[in-house]
Design a protein around this ligand. Structure first.
Ligand SMILES: *Cc1c(COP(=O)(O)O)cnc(C)c1O
Length: 400
């Protein structure tokens, strides 16, 4: 039977052989997944892992990356989402119901806080804020369902009392969810934190950061070790139609091989830059979780067994520097680009007014405006020179 050109365009004569091997796995792009026959159609189990029935439920491409992420983080099961924030939303919408109480650290990733405040207004969920370095500020009631942890926390980078907080949560039968973006599964194992094998229940990871490594792909993951929790999440993931593009997954998969090397490199550069920043007179505080003077240092030391400490460092300018000055400084930087996110090749800078960001009294933080540096893959000496140059420009400007 000879087909018309119109049909020939749709049914290509040649297919890739099934068993050829390559360094990078083949990419599956699928909404439809073709069943071999009606038996296969009626025997499908989309709620099982690794059942291929429709693109939203996964392809070999997504399962390959998911397994990889779960393994790196020390977990067992992984679900992928189109962004880190979408992964956060999956956890919140899966485990929180009307009347529940959820605890978040004061230095939690800001959009997570905003997401929860939105749920608070619309669904009657009670959002409570704790100080990450003071376990006594975490006072759950019997309605408490979930606690969000972040190590180190966003922007001010305090490393929380992870062990103390998880132990207390478990004593009250509260689920623990860790935003694992900073550690990336490399700085510590969230599913095996001490000799007693203390473990969080769920990790969320913005794969947008270190796993992608390119500053170009958005993706998130939710990892668990507990089959029951995973099944709950899996169901919510399917109900909400959360899924990712095979092409994006392949990009992240390709970058994953170099993640540890990049993480290590950015960690070392950040430590070097942190030490230099501490010698400068413009700052009242330099914030880095692995600095012995930082709040939470002892907690960092207790769970992080390597020197790896990500590529982030923040500074608080002395109070005499105004917003105008800080803006001048950020605009004068040449290698550091102004933008959100981190983990890519290009160093980034972002400025914050701490006063607008924290809800609790934080006596360990100085008054002043904050600038966060996200260290890329440039030579640290060049980055230091860039900051030095921008500070010089700032002084000239102030003296004019
Ligand atoms: C960036 C980030 C997220 C969100 O990731 P997106 O992919 O940008 O939505 C979540 N948590 C932390 C700690 C982050 O830094």
């Amino acid at each position: 039977m000879k087909n018309h050109p119109q049909t020939a365009l749709v049914h290509a004569p040649r297919k890739a052989p099934q068993y050829i091997d390559s360094i990078q796995p083949p990419i599956f792009r699928a909404s439809t997944i073709i069943f071999n026959n009606t038996d296969a159609l009626f025997n499908r189990h989309w709620s099982d892992d690794y059942d291929y029935s429709y693109g939203t439920h996964g392809t070999p491409t997504t399962f390959t990356l998911g397994d990889n992420i779960a393994q790196i983080e020390g977990g067992q099961y992984c679900l992928l989402a189109p962004s880190g924030l979408s992964a956060i939303n999956l956890v919140n919408s899966c485990f929180l119901s009307h009347g529940d109480e959820v605890w978040v650290s004061d230095n939690i990733y800001e959009p997570n806080m905003e997401h929860l405040r939105n749920l608070e207004v619309r669904y009657g969920i009670d959002v409570k804020v704790y100080n990450p370095i003071d376990v006594n500020s975490f006072q759950p009631t019997s309605k408490a369902k979930l606690i969000w942890l972040e190590a180190a926390g966003s922007v001010t980078l305090e490393f929380p009392d992870l062990i103390g907080l998880i132990e207390k949560a478990q004593a009250h039968d509260i689920l623990t969810a860790l935003d694992n973006t900073w550690g990336a599964g490399l700085a510590f194992n969230a599913f095996d934190l001490n000799e007693a094998h203390l473990s969080v229940d769920v990790t969320v990871h913005a794969l947008t950061k270190y796993p992608s490594g390119g500053g170009d792909i958005l993706m998130g993951s939710v990892v668990t070790r507990d089959k029951k929790l995973h099944q709950q999440l899996f169901r919510m993931h399917a109900l909400q139609g959360i899924c990712v593009s095979g092409d994006d997954v392949a990009q992240v998969q390709r970058s994953l091989a170099s993640m540890q090397i990049r993480y290590q490199n950015q960690s070392q550069s950040a430590l070097q830059i942190k030490d230099w920043l501490k010698t400068q007179t413009e700052f009242s505080q330099v914030l880095h979780p692995a600095d012995p003077e930082s709040a939470g240092y002892k907690y960092w030391k207790s769970v992080c067994t390597t020197e790896q400490s990500a590529g982030l460092v923040s500074v608080i300018f002395k109070p005499e520097y105004t917003m105008h000055d800080i803006r001048y400084f950020c605009d004068a930087l040449r290698l550091f680009k102004l933008g959100f996110s981190w983990g890519g090749p290009v160093s980034l800078v972002m400025l914050y007014n701490l006063k607008d960001m924290r809800q609790l009294e934080n006596t360990h933080l100085q008054q002043g405006l904050l600038v966060r540096f996200c260290i890329g893959l440039e030579h640290p000496q060049d980055l230091i020179q860039d900051i030095q140059h921008a500070l010089k420009q700032l002084h000239q400007h102030k003296n004019e």
